[in-house]
Design a protein around this ligand. Structure first.
Ligand SMILES: Cc1cc2nc3c(=O)[nH]c(=O)nc-3n(C[C@H](O)[C@H](O)[C@H](O)COP(=O)(O)O)c2cc1C
Length: 185
């Protein structure tokens, strides 16, 4: 089956061997036939959010906005640092909510995949998920992928020996496809 929906995916962790980058790779590997997932590995090239830059957006910002506008869905490997998204993820998502009169994230299905400490990413997904919904995104919250203290079970190449982790990621991807089918045209 030719994929009918396009997703882009990025990881909010820059760490070598990141379990969240691995979750993004796992999502690409497990993508259902209807969903094509392209991994974006350059969100660190986005400048720090500064509204002064919006009058003449730098090339990485334009590239990010174009990628979002061409995608049906955005998948984020979302770690949790001190109960929040990492600065990398927050910065990319802040840019995604701009410009205010034509937000790049508007109409995009957004799904978070988190591998974190005890909180499992509940805090890092929570507030930003709520606000992205206010900004016009379709936040696919259920079923959650909030993996607690399992980073050592997820290999850097996106494989795992834990079928429950794969099942959780697959269920989320199925929910993204369902949300896109239900999206108002
Ligand atoms: C600065 C810092 C703060 C952290 N704060 C939290 C936290 O508030 N809640 C949590 O569940 N894990 C927390 N962690 C643990 C990370 O979420 C965990 O190490 C995760 O595996 C990192 O993702 P990665 O493997 O993709 O790099 C923190 C880690 C760091 C480095």
């Amino acid at each position: 089956m030719t994929p009918s929906f396009r997703a882009i995916a990025f990881s909010g962790s820059l760490r070598n061997g990141s379990s969240n980058t691995a979750l993004v790779r796992m999502a690409q590997r497990l993508a259902p036939p209807e969903l094509h997932i392209e991994i974006i590995d350059w969100v660190h090239e986005l400048p720090w959010m500064n509204p002064d830059l919006e009058t003449d957006p730098p090339e990485p910002v334009q590239r990010w906005w174009n990628a979002l506008r061409e995608a049906d869905a955005l998948i984020v490997g979302m770690p949790e640092y001190n109960w929040n998204p990492t600065p990398l993820a927050k910065n990319a998502l802040d840019w995604a909510t701009r410009p205010p009169d034509d937000r790049a994230i508007n109409g995009t299905a957004v799904a978070f995949l988190s591998s974190a400490g005890r909180a499992g990413g509940a805090n890092s997904q929570g507030n930003i998920g709520t606000i992205l919904g206010y900004m016009g995104a379709i936040v696919v919250d259920e079923p959650p992928v909030r993996l607690s203290l399992v980073a050592d079970r997820i290999n850097a190449d996106g494989t795992t020996d834990d079928p429950e982790i794969e099942a959780a990621v697959s269920a989320k991807l199925d929910a993204v496809v369902a949300a896109l089918h239900a999206r108002p045209s």
